[in-house]
Design a binder for this molecule. Structure first.
Ligand SMILES: Cc1ncc(COP(=O)(O)O)c(C=O)c1O
Length: 210
């Protein structure tokens, strides 16, 4: 939720010890962690996690999802997974857009580096202004506001001022820990992020958050 990363090496160790299947939802990691290849690669654990799923809607920027695992598992899913069997497949246009996104990720690593740089810049800027940026290990940058109503008002004011950052409140997160979640991209410039920070400052002072 906040860009924090699970302790996958420990999970894999425990799974090995007790002969368990490991399954990772890397919706927020693919395209960002492990030079784009995901969180399993980030930890050098390729081949040691049984099943990885992810979305094609976040870093890839299209729609759909993927499952990666052994051939046996994929063959089984093809005949047993209801969402796969009873849904329309990706359109050719969406598939082509995904392939192009993968090509960009492989050939333009500077874009992935830029996401991380932007994440650091935004997070440091918000912290300097006095906001609580929680615990994120990735470019996802939460801004913890607390009270549910205040969080929603905060997000609404940000959107009115030109920053699209949605609120996340109970029951998605524990009561009293409402937050606004920011997702800088590789397309943001430093000038854009400075505008974001100045709007955060304005709204933060207006609503008494800082
Ligand atoms: C952890 C996680 N898994 C899966 C998904 C599903 O993504 P989508 O429905 O866009 O493919 C999301 C979306 O927010 C997510 O956060």
């Amino acid at each position: 939720m906040d860009g924090d990363v699970a302790n996958i090496p420990e999970i894999v160790k425990i799974a090995e010890e007790f002969n368990l299947i490991t399954y990772i939802d890397d919706a927020h990691g693919s395209g960002v962690m492990g030079a784009g290849a995901g969180t399993v690669k980030h930890f050098g654990l390729s081949g040691q996690v049984d099943l990885q799923i992810g979305t094609l809607s976040k870093a890839v920027g299209v729609v759909g999802g993927y499952v990666a695992g052994s051939q046996k598992l994929i063959d089984w899913l093809k005949v047993r997974a209801r969402p796969f069997l009873f849904s329309t497949s990706l359109t050719p246009g969406a598939a082509a857009a995904c392939l192009e996104a993968f090509r960009i990720m492989e050939n333009e690593p500077e874009k992935i580096a830029k996401v991380w740089e932007n994440g650091r810049y935004l997070s440091e800027g918000l912290a300097k202004l006095g906001f609580d940026t929680g615990k994120s290990d990735t470019p996802i940058t939460p801004c913890i506001i607390g009270d549910e109503n205040l969080t929603q008002r905060f997000s609404k004011r940000l959107i009115e001022e030109g920053v699209y950052a949605k609120s996340i409140v109970f029951p998605t997160v524990p009561l009293g820990t409402g937050r606004v979640r920011n997702m800088p991209t590789a397309a943001h410039t430093k000038e854009m992020l400075d505008v974001v920070l100045s709007i955060y400052e304005k709204v933060g002072r207006e609503l008494g958050v800082i």
